[in-house]
Design a protein around this ligand. Structure first.
Ligand code: NI
Length: 226
């Protein structure tokens, strides 16, 4: 499942974050790439322990844990602290797959990258190029979202970022380990949750709302790793 989450951050949070990011010192993005990624990666990145990265990362993580759409779609177990990249002057990131396991900084704890996330800080009109192209079972999808929006997509997918030929593309990127490892099961639970909530808002007293809510939780109980 590929999902666009609108308004993850408010316009004020975006403006404040952008000012901090624009004034920060960026390093070569290859610092955190694996062998395959390093060959095709050409962008700038904030060091993972940079104070600005930590500060804005906390804002993002807090916003996500109170975002009902994100919680329902991702069913998160672990969220890696967000990292930040900047593409300008022809920067691009060729086709690659994200590493399957990452270590959560400062804890030594490893996590699986079930879901990849990209949160946009620049408006699409601020730059040319810079589309995130995600290949999934239905073909390639081109993603370039308004500032404050976030795209959530399977960590298993091949993806790339096209060259930025004007302006600057500024994004946060990070990974989520879900309580539901399998993308198909996770998508089914999400569709079910959305349908139950819609039914509940239209026919709150219908007994099937309770039955279906029970089915949802029983499936979650069978499938979840916590
Ligand atoms: Ni990637």
């Amino acid at each position: 499942m590929i999902l666009d989450l609108p308004a993850v951050l408010t316009p004020t949070q975006i403006a404040e974050s952008r000012a901090l990011l624009e004034s920060a010192d960026w390093i070569d993005g290859r610092a955190t790439a694996g062998h395959q990624g390093a060959r095709v990666k050409d962008n700038l990145q904030l060091p993972a322990d940079h104070p600005v990265a930590r500060q804005i990362g906390t804002v993002i993580t807090r916003a996500l844990t109170t975002n009902p759409l994100f919680m329902s779609a991702a069913l998160p177990l672990h969220i890696l602290p967000p990292m930040f990249n900047r593409y300008t002057g022809g920067h691009q990131f060729g086709t690659h797959v994200d590493g399957s396991i990452r270590t959560i900084p400062g804890t030594g704890q490893r996590m699986r990258t079930d879901l990849s996330a990209t949160l946009f800080f620049a408006e699409p009109s601020d730059y040319d190029g810079g589309e995130l192209i995600i290949e999934d079972t239905y073909g390639a999808k081109s993603v370039k979202l308004p500032a404050g929006h976030m795209i959530l997509y399977p960590g298993t997918s091949l993806h790339r970022v096209t060259p930025v030929t004007r302006g600057a593309r500024l994004c946060a990127f990070f990974w989520i380990q879900s309580m539901i490892r399998d993308d198909g099961r996770r998508s089914t639970l999400f569709e079910m949750d959305v349908a139950i909530q819609r039914l509940g808002s239209e026919k709150a007293t219908h007994p099937s709302v309770i039955s279906l809510t029970g089915v949802y939780h029983n499936l979650l109980r069978q499938w979840a790793e916590v």
